[in-house]
Design a protein around this ligand. Structure first.
Ligand code: HEM
Length: 500
């Protein structure tokens, strides 16, 4: 009996020792670090995710203000927070070959829908990124624009039914973005605007949440990578995965049989599958790369999940700020009215001509960066100009939220001020301090698409309505920890007032 107890105590002690063995990781390497305590590491909030991750890292960012980087430990995993803009540039661009991966999850072969650009690493990622980049040229977006307009018309009708009422703008913008992305990524006219409980949208929303079980799973796999095979950590349930793959399969068959061309992502992916490239860029790929049905479905899926939550989030934060800043809203409405009148209708060219809209959206993405921090993993050990070494497999965090809120780079950061992005001011922004779409070879591939979708949504609404705050409007908004993106804890309520 006594022997049994001694063994258990011994095992627990060993487990404890193993757990805390990294707690001096940064100190041993001469890198300033945040103290770690058993069992959570540097800060329980980074594990429990009850508080918005951006706030937690921001607190540390300020405590380490004179340092260009600092180390933290999450549970028992060491992470390096890189905060100096020149070092950020080194990680994201200059020494990209040392930081090619995100390293967020361990990709399982059978987790088919996760084999997309965002998560794929190294050799698999590069040819796929090269193949998919031409999908997002301005020419391709222009060809897709009629699909945007068709969704904007449904959005406009929905808005008319809400005239002079209080709305959850995040929910409405979410329906519009999901409709556009369903139309462009899956080639489906699903009318998500009037059928918000659409299955694809539900799968996408689920995917962006971080439920307790997934948090636990991710934490365990980070601690003990070998567990991933045992725990069968799927990102999407088998049923949802089959649904998405079959959807894509049916659409591809229909397209190939009927010869219908819609100029959407599916058309472009079918061309890739058949020809190996998109044909009009004259680029032949060195490495043969088979676009299987599963791989195509995974790319459609990432376009969907990466595209609808991000764009709707920028749209809703933007309309919220416009409700609180009537002067900015009036100037924007004037620009919208004049540009549409000049162009005869809402065209792709008209959107590109709206300079003030571009400034307002840029400032929204500064104040509310949809992805609060970027992740990279060191894939080859590197020595920094300071002499400090970053070892292979080190996880890196770029604290986008904190850089965007740092008064050193953006004076009076709480103020919503689109003038920061005017022609005369934007060149004085310190490079690598403004990162709403990331930077370097792994920056957002869908940036132009996302901006276009965001702008079309805002213009559609402001053509018919003004937005105003109401009793239920929370000022300021508090971000929550339940989502992987920057999202308010509560609905974003504003009032739509029909324009006279
Ligand atoms: C306003 C809308 C959007 C925002 C704010 C946004 C933001 C981001 C950010 C911050 C990253 C990480 C970049 C990095 O690590 O350096 C990213 C990556 C990515 N985004 Fe977006 N995104 C948006 C829209 C879209 C859309 C519409 C699509 C697709 C249609 C898309 C597809 C992707 C993909 C595939 C990646 C991974 C790229 C790679 O690793 O090669 N995004 N996005």
């Amino acid at each position: 009996m006594l022997f049994g107890v001694a063994i258990i105590v011994g095992l627990l002690w060993l487990f404890y020792k193993l757990w805390v063995s990294n707690y001096n990781y940064w100190k041993e390497r001469g890198i300033p670090s945040y103290p770690a305590e058993f069992p959570y590491g540097s800060d329980p909030n980074l594990v429990k995710l009850k508080t918005f991750q951006g706030y937690t890292i921001d607190k540390m960012y300020h405590e380490f203000s004179p340092h260009p980087l600092f180390g933290i430990v999450v549970l028992r995993k060491p992470l390096l927070v890189v905060k100096d803009p020149e070092l950020v540039q080194l990680v994201l661009t200059k020494e990209f070959s040392h930081f090619r991966e995100r390293g967020l999850i361990k990709l399982l072969k059978k987790d088919t829908l996760n084999h997309h650009l965002f998560h794929l690493g190294g050799e698999r990622w590069r040819p796929l990124r090269m193949k998919l980049t031409p999908t997002f040229t301005s020419g391709k977006l222009k060809a897709m624009f009629p699909l945007f307009i068709s969704c904007a018309e449904s959005f406009s009708s929905l808005l008319l039914s809400k005239a002079d009422s209080k709305v959850d703008i995040k929910e409405l913008a979410g329906r519009f973005s999901a409709d556009v992305i369903c139309s462009c990524a899956f080639g489906l006219d699903m009318d998500v605007i009037n059928h918000p409980d659409n299955k694809l949208r539900r799968i996408g929303i689920e995917r962006m949440k971080v439920p307790f079980f997934r948090k636990l799973n991710v934490a365990l796999v980070q601690l003990f990578p070998a567990l991933s095979t045992v725990l069968k950590t799927r990102s999407t349930s088998k049923e949802d995965e089959n649904y998405v793959i079959n959807l894509v399969k049916n659409i591809m068959e229909q397209r190939e049989n009927s010869g219908i061309v819609r100029n959407d992502f599916i058309d472009l992916l079918i061309q890739l599958k058949n020809k190996g490239n998109l044909g009009d860029d004259g680029h032949e790929f060195e490495e043969p790369f088979e676009m299987t049905l599963e791989l195509i479905a995974a790319q459609c899926f990432v376009f969907f999940i990466a595209g609808f939550e991000t764009s709707s989030s920028v749209q809703s934060f933007c309309l919220y700020e416009l409700a609180l800043h009537q002067d900015i809203q009036s100037r924007l409405i004037k620009e919208i009215d004049e540009t549409i009148e000049k162009n005869g209708s809402l065209t792709y060219k008209a959107i590109q001509e709206m300079e003030y809209l571009d400034m307002v959206v840029a400032e929204t993405s500064r104040k509310y960066p949809t992805i609060p921090s970027l992740n990279r993993q060191c894939t080859k050990t590197i020595t920094l100009p300071s002499g400090q070494k970053i070892e292979k497999d080190t996880a890196i965090i770029i604290p986008v939220w904190s850089l965007h809120q740092d008064p050193q780079y953006f004076p009076d950061p709480d103020k919503f001020n689109p003038e920061r992005f005017s022609q005369e001011n934007k060149d004085s922004i310190v490079p690598y301090t403004y990162l709403p779409f990331g930077e370097g070879p792994r920056m957002c591939i869908g940036m132009r698409f996302g901006l276009l979708q965001t702008k079309v949504g805002i213009v559609t609404l402001l053509r018919k309505f003004r937005v105003e705050p109401c009793e239920e409007t929370k000022i300021p908004l508090v971000m929550g920890g339940a989502s992987a993106t920057t999202a308010s804890d509560e609905p974003v309520i504003i009032k739509l007032v029909a324009r006279s």
